[in-house]
Design a protein around this ligand. Structure first.
Ligand code: FAD
Length: 559
């Protein structure tokens, strides 16, 4: 008889609270509402890609969590006595990435997700234990690359697009680079896929050949299910901290709320390795965890979160607004909150476009980038807090970090606590009065060297670098609004008192509310708002305040 899957594998230690054991009282609460059942080795409790799956607690015996069940059979974790199964997907309603197979015979408690929600809603400690475990498990899966397989060349822009989409949505995946992974070739041969059909995504639901983000998102179960309502009280465009805050407050205050995002909920904040200045988190919180928590919260209050859904145009239909999305779908709302944020600027130097195409230039420094650049020399450019945070984070993964700024010091643009941390970190060298002149690519092409110039002496030199991180300011995502609302000279949105009188012809002497744009019923919050301070806390504050004003506007006729 063959050995059961996971034989001889130890349970993972309970690092980061990802694998806690439930005590007798906690398990008794679940026993009271769930079903106790005996299980035997080889029995499947849920399978990768299942549209619905239950919550399980192991009373006795052990369960193996397996990637590629039935083929590669990679054991990711073992859950023994009193541990519970599942991951963040269970709460977001997405299919599981992995399969749960009984290893040792025993008994499990099984209950549907709705029951789990009811139990944890009345028990704060249990709720925190389970949420912390699920968030921790997601990070572990991302680090292990356990999930769908993405096979594609690092030089393909579609591979880059899919990698960004998966990473921004915090989807665990294993990337097999066609350029240097022999296993990738073998896998393509087995599946009879030609290299020119790549990139391909391989998972529980089969093979997707160069899918669009929307196709991949649908397979992974991202966003809301079911047809959208014909009309919403509030449509929020952009799902960063500002949009998510508006979704939480809008839905919790009884508004029929729909939030859409073109790439992933969480926005720029979710690309921040550690946010240290957000109220209530004295030891900091990772941007992705903040975003995941906010999404769960918004969904719990009944907000519809739809991703990927890129707004491309807006029409004012007098009684309401129609937001047109890529692909032609339309979302209708009586009021709109624009929370589309801003995008980081690029450098205009030779070699930049090639390096960007080759995936050697980054605008965020998260675990994904940290792993990609592990033990490589990297360069960070920019003098603000995001450049400082990125340098600190990368110094834990890269061989060395050089932080380039054009000015004489960091004092004007960076928080004091970060400057101190950078000064104390041996792995970071700060080069003042320095600008990039050229990026040197090798034959592949991939970044190899960065030529920099000392602005004081004019002297040039080459730095060895495999990756460049760019944090040099931003421009707003407002193209889709064309001339519907008043903007400042940089195309950030003007609101309230800042809207010039000549833009208010149809207002009959009235003025826009605070955070309301030059068009009644359209509000602007967060980084897209002219004069915003570009902080998570202010984005969240504006998102929540705008909902109060939406109530006022809904009570008064729009036109
Ligand atoms: C690396 C990094 C570190 C940072 N660290 C900190 C920190 O420590 N503390 C701090 O306070 N701030 C920090 N910031 C700044 C902070 O993240 C931003 O100020 C904040 O995210 C702004 O929130 P927002 O919701 O206005 O916009 P964003 O976070 O930019 O979100 C905008 C969202 O809108 C979506 N979108 C854009 N156009 C469209 C469209 N047409 N249709 C649909 N969706 C669209 C985007 O996909 C995005 O998800 C950091 C930023 C970065 C990049």
């Amino acid at each position: 008889m063959s050995e059961p899957l996971g034989a001889g594998v130890d349970e993972e230690p309970d690092s980061l609270g990802a694998f806690p054991r439930l005590n007798e009282a906690q398990r008794a609460r679940f026993r009271a509402v769930g079903t106790l059942r005996d299980v035997v080795p080889g029995e499947l409790l849920f399978r990768e890609g299942d549209p619905n799956y239950d919550f399980f607690i192991v009373e006795s015996g052990a369960v193996a969590i397996v990637e590629g069940y039935g083929h590669e059979q990679r054991v990711i974790a073992i859950h023994g006595q009193h541990r519970f199964l599942g991951e963040l997907n269970l709460l977001t309603g997405s299919p599981p990435f992995l399969t749960a197979v009984v290893r040792d015979p025993g008994t499990v408690i099984q209950l549907p997700v709705e029951r789990l929600r009811e139990v944890v809603a009345s028990d704060e400690e249990l709720s925190n234990t389970i949420l912390r475990a699920f968030l921790g498990r997601r990070s572990i899966l991302i680090e292990k690359g356990a999930g769908v397989k993405l096979v594609g060349s690092r030089f393909s822009s579609d591979t880059q697009r899919l990698r960004e989409f998966l990473a921004r949505n915090r989807m665990p995946y294993h990337w097999m680079d066609l350029e240097d992974d022999e296993e990738a070739d073998k896998l393509l041969q087995v599946l009879a896929i030609e290299p020119d059909e790549t990139p391909v995504v391989i998972g529980g639901s089969g093979v997707l050949r160069n899918p669009s983000n929307a196709e991949l998102g649908a397979v992974l179960g991202l966003g809301s299910r079911g047809a959208p309502p014909a009309m919403c009280d509030l449509v929020i465009v952009g799902g960063g901290p500002a949009g998510l805050a508006a979704a939480v407050y809008g839905a919790s205050e009884g508004l029929d709320t729909q939030a859409i995002d073109g790439v992933a909920f969480g926005g720029q904040a979710s690309t921040s390795a550690r946010i240290e200045n957000y109220l209530g988190f004295p030891t900091g919180i990772s941007g992705s965890e903040l975003a995941e928590r906010a999404q769960l919260q918004a969904r719990r209050f009944g907000a519809r979160l739809v991703v990927p859904a890129q707004a491309v145009a807006l029409t004012d239909l007098d009684t309401h607004f129609a937001v047109e999305l890529t692909g032609g779908a339309v979302v209708n709302g009586r009021t709109i909150i624009v929370a589309t944020g801003a995008q980081y600027r690029k450098l205009n130097v030779p070699g930049y476009a090639d390096c960007e195409k080759a995936g050697c230039i980054y605008y965020a420094a998260t675990l994904t980038e940290g792993m990609t650049c592990r033990d490589d020399p990297v360069v960070v450019v920019g003098g603000g807090n995001s450049a400082g945070q990125a340098s600190m984070f990368l110094s834990k993964h890269a061989a060395n970090v050089r932080l380039l700024i054009r000015g004489e010091s960091l004092e004007k643009s960076m928080s004091r606590y970060l400057i101190k941390e950078i000064e104390e970190q041996a792995g970071i060298e700060v080069l003042f009065r320095t600008e990039i002149v050229e990026l040197g690519v090798n034959g592949e092409p991939a970044l190899e060297t960065i030529t920099v110039k000392d602005l004081a002496s004019g002297e040039q030199r080459r730095l060895e670098a495999k990756a460049l991180f760019v944090f040099i300011g931003a421009s707003p995502h407002t193209d889709w609004l064309s001339d519907h609302v008043a903007m400042d000279e940089d195309c950030f949105l003007l609101t309230g008192r800042d809207v010039p009188d000549e833009q208010l012809e149809r207002w009959n002497g009235e003025r826009p509310l605070f955070l309301e744009t030059s068009r009644r019923g359209i509000f602007a919050v967060g980084d897209v708002h002219s004069g915003s301070v570009k902080r998570v806390a202010s984005a969240v504050g504006e998102g929540s305040m705008a909902v109060q004003l939406v109530h006022q506007r809904l009570a008064a006729p729009l036109n």
